[in-house]
Design a protein around this ligand. Structure first.
Ligand code: HEM
Ligand code: HEM
Length: 190
């Protein structure tokens, strides 16, 4: 039996061997889209007057997208740890270490942001719904002081994610357009 050099685990889909499998790619781009939407919504409602229905609507949408991100992130980590295709490092030496550290930090920051998001909403004591379909039950009594402190942390982590993801995206584009290697194509659908 021959071993495909580009794929360290069996390919669970018909995606070519030099690329991530379809589920990994779908979950990666879903994560990216949700993170950008979550951040954009928060920046947009910052310009809207407090208490208006539009601002409240943007906040409810943020919470619903946040719940979606929670599910996508859990699915992403479970798939990665299980049947998801893992590829050998695309780079070597310092570049490889930097990429690995950035990917780990992104996962860590995203997980921390989800936990902070839940704590934030519970501490606010405001409606915690998924697109109006169901309520997330309260875990503790509202606490405005705690909400204020968690809000500051949630904001800081949001900026850290956006800056790191921006550098990560820039690195992927440099690989594609300047180095002209196949790194970006590994994460694109076939
Ligand atoms: C990467 C994902 C996320 C990003 C980038 C993000 C970003 C932000 C930002 C920038 C704010 C404004 C903070 C401030 O100015 O005080 C905010 C508010 C908030 N976020 Fe997130 N967030 C994310 C995920 C989540 C998740 C998963 C939840 C919960 C399910 C959540 C719940 C909240 C809540 C409750 C608020 C306050 C809304 C209000 O003022 O009523 N966030 N978020
Ligand atoms: C908020 C946005 C984003 C987040 C949170 C994110 C997160 C991640 C993470 C955690 C990985 C590691 C995958 C793993 O090994 O498990 C990854 C891989 C990758 N991402 Fe992103 N990403 C984002 C946006 C982008 C963008 C915009 C691009 C392209 C312009 C991109 C291109 C890639 C590529 C090519 C890989 C695979 C690298 C390799 O094979 O070594 N990502 N991303």
């Amino acid at each position: 039996m021959t071993i495909q050099p580009a794929a360290m685990t069996a390919a669970p889909t018909d995606q070519p061997a030099g690329r991530y499998d379809r589920a990994t790619i779908l979950l990666h781009w879903l994560t990216a889209a949700l993170v950008i939407a979550l951040f954009a919504l928060a920046e947009i409602w910052g310009f809207l007057p407090r208490g208006t229905p539009l601002r409240k609507g943007a906040q409810s949408l943020h919470i619903s997208f946040g719940l979606l991100l929670t599910v996508v992130l859990i699915a992403r980590l479970a798939w990665r740890g299980g049947r998801g295709r893992r590829l050998p490092p695309a780079t070597t030496g310092l570049q490889h270490l930097a990429a690995k550290a950035a990917h780990r930090a992104l996962y860590l920051l995203l997980a921390a942001q989800v936990v902070l998001g839940f704590l934030f909403r519970w501490a606010q004591g405001e409606p915690f719904q998924f697109f109006g379909l169901f309520d997330v039950p309260a875990a503790f009594a509202p606490d405005p002081d705690l909400a204020h402190r968690i809000g500051g942390l949630h904001d800081t982590v949001a900026w850290a994610i956006i800056i790191l993801a921006g550098l990560h995206a820039a690195a992927a584009l440099i690989h594609h357009y300047a180095l002209r290697d196949g790194v970006l194509r590994r994460m694109l659908p076939g």
